[in-house]
Design a protein around this ligand. Structure first.
Ligand code: S3P
Length: 177
């Protein structure tokens, strides 16, 4: 059970948090999108445009099933990962799940400069982006809310790393009892 899944909306800091947490806990780190890109020799953007979102969701689930068997691992998932198939329940069974919750304003500000490489956000104006984020976040929140820990992470000063670390150690302790 030495496995942590970081979930949350695009731009919520799952990858940077995962890397930092992995160093703190001496665990390995995997970014699910980067893993898919390396395995399929194709960017997520290209998979979406050439093969479609359904195809992406299928391979995302397949790779999630594979990495959910790894030990001593922190997995930064994609923003949509928990919301398809029974992925959220799988992650809750296989490890400790952490939802990095950020406000729409924080996400919109971050994603405005990082939307180019994200297929779901391309070609949106600033106003359209904020509306889209608010609506998609509302749809996805019921899935994110099933996580075992929710952390509000509106800034990237990594104060939340210690909170996640302590909650995870507590989770391991309870498992042993
Ligand atoms: C997606 C989020 C992306 C990536 C894909 C779809 C989503 O990951 O998996 O573009 O549906 O929210 P990040 O959350 O790492 O940007």
């Amino acid at each position: 059970m030495h496995r942590i899944f970081l979930i949350g909306f695009m731009g919520s800091g799952k990858t940077s948090t995962g890397k930092r947490l992995a160093t703190e806990l001496s665990m390995q780190h995997i970014d699910l999108d980067a893993f898919i890109e390396a395995r399929y020799c194709k960017s997520v953007q290209k998979i979406f445009s050439e093969d479609g979102e359904n195809y992406f969701r299928n391979i995302e689930q397949k790779i999630l099933l594979e990495v959910s068997e790894y030990e001593d691992i922190i997995i930064s998932t994609g923003g949509g990962t928990p919301c398809f198939f029974d992925n959220m329940h799988l992650m809750n069974r296989k490890g400790f799940t952490v939802f990095l919750d950020s406000s729409v304003e924080t996400l919109a500000a971050r994603l405005q400069t990082a939307k180019v490489q994200r297929p779901l956000l391309q070609n949106k104006t600033e106003k359209e982006l904020a509306i889209y984020i608010a609506s998609l976040l509302e749809q996805r929140r019921p899935f994110y809310d099933i996580a075992q820990l929710t952390i509000t992470a509106n800034n990237k000063n990594f104060e939340h790393i210690q909170t996640i670390k302590n909650a995870y150690l507590d989770f391991l302790h309870k498992l042993k009892q």
